[in-house]
Design a protein around this ligand. Structure first.
Ligand code: NDP
Length: 315
């Protein structure tokens, strides 16, 4: 049978390119988990995806109720869930003030980490129930959260500190909207959320890989300088960033190439190892990359897990 992969944020950028790459193989049905149904259906059509190769199911990661409803709706489709890709993200580098999810969490961490945390926790049971030979849960990471790289050292750097802001609810009510308890900074909130994504993947691996056989993985697909992720950046940045990445840092990848990379992590028989953060070299060959000290800190991962459980109502 065909495999079924859920991809969050499949209405643009990396998520859409991955959905397209998987649907073109003829071996996958993609559940596009998107907040804007019309945008997703137009995007799938414009990408030339065969209409039988995907289903769009509404998901707004900025609402825990929506996440729970999504899980119910997907179960009603009565198709096994073989792979889940947590890909959607918001990035608000120029925001002067925080914005909030329906549950009152700062938006970047609320969507990129907490929404996905609840989704992944809920869907683990479905992955476990599937009879697919290689079941995978993939959480898209980023180089920007990794302070052991050049890109990760551009200020403001990711830093979760002692997680006091998260412990305080991350809602600014009597505490901070930043995980480390500091002042709001949209660029840093995004990087922090990506560290959470990479820590969560590893904590899933430690807790559940042996028991469930599910492969847990993260990746940095390369710098896809053309995606909507940079839509909230200033116009000059949006003009100069793609050529800068192409010719100066040489980290640039096209959306199509990045989509193929993520599709490999979904389905390639050689990428079944669990607990790995994948990257690609100049020749587009995958390799197991090293995470920064913070992004591989097992104590922090556990603390993050416990606090996140409380915030999303699992504990
Ligand atoms: P895009 O902005 O193109 O895509 C982000 C997707 O997330 C969109 O489909 C968007 O939906 C969706 N999304 C945002 N908020 C929500 C929400 N509340 N509920 C549901 N979906 C939501 O960016 P990219 O494709 O670049 O980003 C995809 C992933 O790749 C992210 O995890 C990002 O961190 C990662 N990444 C990107 C890099 C890059 O260079 N671009 C580099 C490294 C990692 P909508 O279409 O409705 O806006």
């Amino acid at each position: 049978r065909k495999g079924t992969a859920i991809i969050t944020g499949a209405s643009s950028g990396l998520g859409l390119a991955t959905a397209k790459a998987l649907s073109e193989t003829g071996k996958w049905h993609v559940i596009m988990a998107c907040r804007d149904f019309l945008k997703a259906s137009r995007a799938a059509k414009a990408a030339g995806m065969d209409k039988d190769s995907f289903t769009i199911v509404h998901l707004d990661l900025a609402s825990l109720d929506s996440v729970r409803q999504f899980v119910k709706n997907v179960r009603q489709l009565e198709t096994p869930i073989d792979v889940v890709v947590c890909n959607a993200a918001v990035y608000q580098p120029t925001a002067k003030a925080p914005s909030y999810t329906a549950d009152g969490f700062e938006m970047s961490v609320g969507v990129n980490h907490l929404g996905h945390f609840l989704l992944a926790r809920e869907l683990l049971a479905d992955l476990q129930a599937s009879d697919y030979p290689s079941k995978r849960l993939i959480i898209v990471g980023s180089i920007t959260g990794n302070t052991n790289t050049l890109a990760g050292n551009v200020p403001p750097k990711a830093n979760l500190g002692d997680l006091r802001g998260l412990a305080g609810g991350l809602n600014g009510v009597g505490g901070s909207v930043m995980i480390d308890g500091g002042e709001f900074d949209g660029a840093k909130a995004y990087k922090d959320s990506k560290v959470c994504n990479m820590l969560t993947m590893q904590e899933f691996h430690r807790r559940y890989h042996e028991e469930t056989g599910v492969t847990f993985a993260s990746l940095y697909p390369g710098c896809i300088a053309t995606t909507g992720l940079f839509r909230e950046h200033i116009p000059l940045f949006r003009l100069l960033f793609p050529p800068f990445q192409k010719y100066i840092t040489k980290g640039y990848v096209s959306e199509e190439e990045a989509g193929k990379r993520l599709a490999q992590v979904v389905s390639d028989p050689s990428l079944t190892k669990s607990g790995v953060y994948w990257s690609w070299n100049k020749n587009s060959a995958s390799f197991e990359n090293q995470l920064s000290e913070e992004a591989s800190d097992a104590d922090k991962a556990k603390k993050l897990w416990d606090l996140s459980e409380k915030l999303v109502g699992l504990a």
